[in-house]
Design a binder for this molecule. Structure first.
Ligand SMILES: NC(=O)c1ccc[n+]([C@@H]2O[C@H](COP(=O)([O-])OP(=O)(O)OC[C@H]3O[C@@H](n4cnc5c(N)ncnc54)[C@H](O)[C@@H]3O)[C@@H](O)[C@H]2O)c1
Length: 353
């Protein structure tokens, strides 16, 4: 099988490309990247050494996509993936050019090549207000679902399922992905190619570019290691906000199971580490303290736009459908990021260059 990975030099694209190339003989991988993400250029020579061809091109430009060699499958891992994109003084149109028009050009490519598409969407498509209104209690170190209250549709103790509301606001980033999902399914139906939409929660692992608005686990661990200022922002400034994490290698394994079963296309799947791999920022700091020693975290009771107190992905449908489960747990992922941080002293500068 021949696979095109867009955004192949990004964190997720390069991790998936490496894993498939090393573990699935007979799969030929190539990819496209514009290198707009700081640090992405770093992955180019590493992928080349594995025999993976990287083409410099911009998905926003139809000709760049049209000229790509044919493939049987596209894994779309190119995006501006920051939840603050378009709201931080940068141009919102740029966000939609990349995330929506870029996807449209990829869909035209799929139509021309009769290639299937795996779209990496996000849990950010879920309603901000509905997420804010999930009833929570506090434990000693994190927010947790309040078992005494009625929960909104799509929330259980396992997390947020595919049934959760996608009503606006979801952030401009979330809207660009929600629209991409809809267009991808329409193209798949109209032109008869399979489309899988994976709504991913937080993905984390070594080599993730760490800035405050994207790659929070890599950002936090790298800054903690170097004793750089860190702040718990919002929610009373105690770092009780919770996320689950998934390693992209596990995502790669899932994708290979999905594409082996074309009949399962046409569905939306929530994909994440789930409740066993969830932790709060405070708990992350405790883990860092055990690993690296003391570092004082400051408290900031102000708020960050689009931040929410509790997002845990309920991935039971995808797990059952594909007999798949994450193999790399949270501790293993944190350990991997920490080792990478120690070995790459200037990682934060590379990520933010
Ligand atoms: N990292 C996460 O926690 C997470 C969570 C949910 C969903 N996702 C999705 O996974 C995908 C990959 O995310 P990531 O964390 O690897 O992001 P990333 O920023 O590390 O990688 C994105 C890559 O896409 C490239 N790119 C951006 N615009 C491009 C364009 N116009 N043409 C060609 N290449 C372009 C960038 O240069 C970069 O190499 C995205 O679609 C993102 O929305 C990521």
């Amino acid at each position: 099988m021949r696979i095109l990975i867009t955004g192949i030099c990004g964190f997720v694209g390069s991790s998936i490309a490496t894993h498939i190339s090393e573990n699935y003989p007979g799969v030929d991988i190539f990819g496209i990247d514009s290198f707009i993400r700081s640090g992405s250029e770093q992955n180019r020579s590493r992928l080349n050494r594995l025999g993976i061809r990287v083409i410099h091109g911009d998905l926003r430009v139809p000709g760049d996509v049209h000229r790509l060699p044919d493939a049987e499958l596209v894994i779309d891992a190119a995006a501006n993936a920051s939840v603050l994109a378009g709201t931080n003084g940068d141009d919102a149109r740029d966000l939609f050019d990349t995330n929506l028009i870029g996807t449209l050009n990829v869909l035209e490519y799929c139509r021309k090549s009769s290639a299937g598409l795996v779209l990496l969407s996000t849990s950010r498509v879920y309603s901000q207000l509905a997420l804010e209104n999930i009833p929570l209690i506090e434990t000693a170190s994190r927010f947790a679902i309040d078992p005494a209250k009625a929960l909104p549709n799509g929330v259980t103790r396992f997390g947020i399922s595919e049934e959760f509301s996608t009503a606006a606001p979801v952030s401009l980033y979330g809207a660009s992905k929600l629209a991409s999902e809809a267009i991808a399914f329409e193209y798949g139906c109209a032109f008869d190619f399979p489309v899988w939409v994976n709504r991913c929660g937080v993905l984390a692992g070594s080599g993730q570019f760490g800035v405050a608005s994207q790659g929070i686990f890599a950002y936090w661990i790298n800054r903690y290691l170097h004793r750089l200022p860190l702040r718990y922002t919002g929610f009373d400034g105690r770092g009780f906000q919770v996320r689950d994490i998934l390693h992209p290698v596990d995502l790669a394994e899932l994708i290979m199971k999905q594409v082996a079963q074309p009949k399962t296309a046409g569905c939306i799947y929530n994909v994440g580490g789930g409740e066993p791999n969830a932790m709060s920022l405070f708990e992350l700091s405790q883990w860092c303290k055990e690993r690296f020693g003391e570092h004082k975290i400051q408290s900031d009771s102000g708020s960050r736009p689009y931040d929410v107190p509790w997002v845990v992905i309920d991935g039971r449908i995808v797990q059952k459908t594909y007999d798949w489960a994450p193999r790399l747990g949270a501790t293993c992922i944190l350990d991997e990021i920490a080792k990478h941080a120690v070995a790459n002293e200037n990682w934060l500068e590379i990520s933010a260059a």
